[in-house]
Design a protein around this ligand. Structure first.
Ligand code: ZN
Length: 162
């Protein structure tokens, strides 16, 4: 039997508790000890700036990590916003500002996520930027547990629990 990993490294499954704040101190995301984030390290399953900062940590370690937009959810792209006529949506569609939409392009069979930025009488403004694009991210993390990934998890590039 291979030994249990002692440090965060590629191919290790990491259980993580974290609090994510923005520079105004607002908490926008968290994972608790009871409901941790469990991910496979080294496969881009979490944002690159955080993944890199966790490398080499051990269970029980805590760390404050500051992630710049380019290593997080990207810079905010002002061109990545579209105004669409409401008539392109089903008539009974209930729009709400801030709601997330999944859009399908039948030509390319691609799916896009967008956020409703503004609703007018005839038009809807959709923002294709991630809601945290352009934000510097302030994480407080605690490594809860490490385990070796199964062959199947390594093959898929993600964890198979919860
Ligand atoms: Zn899988």
């Amino acid at each position: 039997m291979a030994q249990k990993p002692t440090k965060v490294a590629d191919d290790v499954v990491v259980s993580l508790a974290y609090v994510l704040r923005l520079d105004n101190n607002e908490i926008v995301d968290e994972a608790t000890r009871d409901e941790p984030l469990v991910y496979l390290h080294g496969y881009g399953n979490i944002i690159p700036g955080l993944e890199e900062a966790l490398e080499g940590l051990s269970a029980g370690d805590t760390k404050k990590v500051v992630v710049a937009p380019e290593d997080g959810y990207g810079e905010y792209d002002e061109d990545d916003v579209d105004v669409m006529p409401r008539s392109e949506f089903p008539p009974d569609f209930e729009f709400e500002e801030g709601m997330e939409l999944e859009l399908h392009d039948p030509d390319t069979d691609e799916y896009f996520e967008a956020y409703v930025a503004e609703i007018d009488e005839d038009e809807v403004t959709l923002d294709f930027n991630h809601p945290l694009a352009g934000e510097t991210l302030f994480f407080e993390v605690e490594i809860l547990a490490l385990r070796r990934a199964t062959a199947e998890e390594l093959d898929h590039g993600h964890v198979h629990e919860d």
